[in-house]
Ligand binder design. Sequence first.
Ligand code: NAP
Length: 250
Amino acid sequence: MKVALVTGAARGIGAATARRLAADGLAVAVLDLDETATKSTVDGITAAGGTAVGVGADVADREQVEAAVTRVVSELGPPTVLVNNAGVLRDNLIFKMTDDDWDIVLSVHLRGAFLVTRAVQAHMVAAKWGRIVNLSSTSALGNRGQVNYAAAKAGMQGFTKTLAIELGRYNVTANAVAPGFIETDMTAATAARMGVDFETLKKGASEQIAVRRVGQPEDVAHTISFLTSEGAGFVSGQVIYVSGGPSSGF
Ligand code: NAP
């Protein structure tokens, strides 16, 4: 049984991805900041007949990441599928953005993806097989109030393409998915911060999106399922926008 590690998988896109990969037949390590928060994802997978373990770690902390990967290897086996999904927002216009707003966002997304990938890739290289998927965003193209997040998500694309070049010779692919508006706690928190009712925000966003709806975590999970599948071995270094149309809608 192949082993997948999904970060930020307590909820949202990460949880949907963990469920989907388990349904695809993989054993899944459900990693999040707080191990107890992973329980509902893990219980949902095991109740459906799948295999999962919850692991607590801050992806931006090298020691915690290395300990977490060691635990995954001993409890499930060496991971050969990795989804770098953990993320945070600290939105503000640049003149109000603090040093911490910048550092936290760059640290969780970019340093986090770097640390986890560095710890996991050795297992992929040893297996001569691997699939890495990194979460970018339509915000990589620019989004008001998100210089930190846009920089991190554009960075994820360059990170992904370079992984594809370095690891391809070991039969390891690396791709990015760039979601548009997905209905999760993250977008609900954005609505709350803007002082806008979430239903109103979703309705307004839907009108700007070609397929006239916002995305669901399962839309992203489906794309990740394809990219991590055996048959996707000749797709690498790509960025797939999962945004209901050709543009971000914003
Ligand atoms: P979410 O519901 O906020 O879930 C993110 C998860 O990541 C949370 O469980 C969070 O834990 C965890 N996390 C945060 N910092 C972490 C850290 N340092 N170490 C480990 N786990 C950490 O977000 P989402 O909407 O599902 O987004 C998932 C990914 O997709 C993110 O990378 C996001 O940037 C990207 N994305 C989302 C959208 C969207 O519209 N929702 C669009 C484009 C891209 P806590 O709850 O403890 O903080």
